[in-house]
Design a binder for this molecule. Structure first.
Ligand SMILES: *[C@@H]1O[C@H](CO)[C@@H](O)[C@H](O)[C@H]1NC(C)=O
Ligand SMILES: *[C@@H]1O[C@H](CO)[C@@H](O)[C@H](O)[C@H]1NC(C)=O
Ligand SMILES: *[C@@H]1O[C@H](CO)[C@@H](O)[C@H](O)[C@H]1NC(C)=O
Ligand SMILES: *[C@@H]1O[C@H](CO)[C@@H](O)[C@H](O)[C@H]1NC(C)=O
Ligand SMILES: *[C@@H]1O[C@H](CO)[C@@H](O)[C@H](O)[C@H]1NC(C)=O
Ligand SMILES: *[C@@H]1O[C@H](CO)[C@@H](O)[C@H](O)[C@H]1NC(C)=O
Ligand SMILES: *[C@@H]1O[C@H](CO)[C@@H](O)[C@H](O)[C@H]1NC(C)=O
Ligand SMILES: *[C@@H]1O[C@H](CO)[C@@H](O)[C@H](O)[C@H]1NC(C)=O
Length: 422
């Protein structure tokens, strides 16, 4: 009694399913009787072993033409660009679209698309994309793997995932910090040569293959850079001379460094230090402690300042724009110190001349001053004209007041245009 009831139910249900399936396949009518789940099961895990969908082979493996995979990228954030490690980090949606005619379900169901759950995605062939210049990458798995797959009626598959990537970018720092960097993103297939799979940037009318979230402002997202441009191109995906060409595309992001930080942290302080060293020219020739300490202090400060700047950079062997600036400032400050040394020598020579004339003249004019004359150089004696060397020292100081700032202005007039406009 029990058994017959169960067998009756079984017969009824299986029979109806079978009849429905047959009806669905035979009629190109609005009356589709397969559910979405049944369609997916039928497509991806069909019971017909000989005609079963095989996720291990690409869609057009048997054909003469390659499978076209169009790729687009949607930037979620552009996080950091590092000169020391020569890389940059991005977070993005990577979407791929391709045709897999084996998944054509026009006859089975009339919905525009079917969503495939992450647990079922392994049953569908997907391109073996990798980032050629990747250093570190991760999927996002909270709360489930962050990817989706949609199947469209005629067999189009849309597959998208969220990725965080650290990509290497070889930077040329000759113009640092007035530089513009061009950072690549190379997308390649590891297995499939261009015979079987081709990658394209998805070129819809009106939309660029590289888009970004409206919330991220490309010019303020990064503390130091603004993304001024991006280009997409195809590439020769060879790994070395021996290998054939693999499916490959690449993009470039042009990043312009914002000079603001460096103006405030590097240029203005060093300009002030250099200007401080000129104060020495207005001080008295005999203010030796003041002028020496001013000179030494500015040299040391600038030196420390320069090494602070260098500590954030890789130790490249070529000369950077910032090196030219720091070294030049150091030369200016050092020259001011040397100028004082020279002027001081002249002044002392002048004192000796003065002493000589005083010793010669004082006995005749003022005998009381003799003690002073014998003790210290008679600095405060202003009898007649100062010695010619002292005059020359003063003159050099006066000339320096104009020549040093003048040279510095000329240096600036050369430095900025050369690095900004070439
Ligand atoms: C749909 O199928 C029914 C029979 O199941 C048939 O009578 C009808 O003409 C078909 N309609 C179309 C638009 O093919
Ligand atoms: C696919 O179908 C077989 C039986 O035909 C079943 O054992 C297997 O669990 C199914 N796989 C999935 C992922 O549904
Ligand atoms: C499997 O599919 C092939 C081709 O569609 C067909 O010839 C074969 O009869 C099917 N086998 C079964 C057991 O349904
Ligand atoms: C793939 O793209 C190329 C170039 O756009 C085109 O010639 C070819 O027909 C496409 N192949 C398929 C299967 O769509
Ligand atoms: C699917 O069929 C229903 C009714 O049978 C119809 O209203 C709907 O527009 C169809 N959808 C598509 C994508 O053809
Ligand atoms: C999908 O299947 C339908 C019905 O067999 C056919 O008309 C259509 O051309 C197929 N689409 C593709 C892209 O092969
Ligand atoms: C890439 O460039 C295109 C046009 O040049 C622009 O529309 C798009 O927003 C840019 N995308 C990014 C992420 O900069
Ligand atoms: C790609 O390879 C072809 C020959 O295989 C060559 O003509 C072409 O210049 C190469 N393109 C690039 C960008 O290297």
């Amino acid at each position: 009694m029990m058994m017959s009831a169960w067998s009756l139910i079984f017969m009824l249900t299986s029979g109806r399913w079978l009849a429905g399936a047959l009806a669905c396949r035979s009629l190109n009518n609005d009356t589709y009787c397969m559910g979405r789940r049944d369609v997916l099961n039928h497509l991806l895990n069909g019971s017909n072993e000989t005609d079963k969908y095989d996720p291990r082979v690409p869609p057009d493996y048997e054909e003469e033409h390659p499978t076209n995979v169009s790729i687009r990228i949607h930037l979620l954030s552009f996080d950091s660009v590092s000169e020391t490690t020569m890389d940059y980090s991005v977070e993005l949606y990577l979407s791929m679209t391709w045709m897999d005619v084996r998944l054509n379900y026009t006859l089975l169901h009339n919905s525009s698309w079917l969503e495939v759950d992450t647990k079922m995605m392994d049953l569908v062939w997907v391109p073996d994309v990798y980032f050629r210049n990747e250093k570190e990458a991760s999927f996002h798995d909270v709360t489930v793997p962050n990817k989706y797959m949609h199947l469209y009626r005629e067999g189009e598959v849309k597959y998208s995932m969220r990725l965080s990537l650290t990509l290497s970018c070889r930077m040329l720092l000759q113009k640092y910090p007035l530089d513009t960097q061009r950072c690549p993103m190379l997308i390649q297939s590891y297995t499939y040569t261009t015979e079987n799979v081709m990658f394209y940037w998805k070129a819809d009318e009106g939309t660029h293959p590289i888009t970004h979230d409206a919330e991220i402002a490309l010019n303020t997202e990064l503390p130091q850079f603004s993304i001024v441009d991006n280009t997409t191109e195809s590439c020769n995906g060879t790994m070395d001379v021996e290998t054939p060409k693999f499916a490959c595309i690449k993009a470039h992001f042009t990043l312009k460094r914002d000079i603001g930080f460096y103006i405030i942290q590097v240029y203005v302080p060093s300009i002030l230090i250099v200007a401080l060293s000129w104060v020495s020219f207005w001080l008295d020739l005999d203010a030796i402690p003041a002028r020496v300490s001013l000179g030494v202090l500015t040299v040391l400060t600038l030196n420390t300042h320069g090494s602070n700047v260098q500590s954030q950079l890789p130790k490249v062997s070529y000369i950077k724009a910032i090196d030219v600036w720091v070294v030049n400032s150091l030369i200016f400050v050092f020259a001011a110190l040397l100028e004082f040394a020279y002027v001081n020598v002249l002044a002392r020579r002048g004192d000796k001349e003065l002493v000589a004339t005083q010793v010669f003249r004082i006995p005749m004019e003022n005998k009381d001053s003799r003690f002073e004359v014998n003790g210290n150089p008679p600095r405060h004696l202003h009898i007649g004209r100062p010695a010619p060397s002292r005059m020359r020292a003063r003159k050099i100081d006066k000339i320096s007041r104009i020549v040093f700032p003048g040279c510095f202005v000329i240096f600036n007039m050369v430095y900025w245009p050369v690095y900004i406009y070439t």
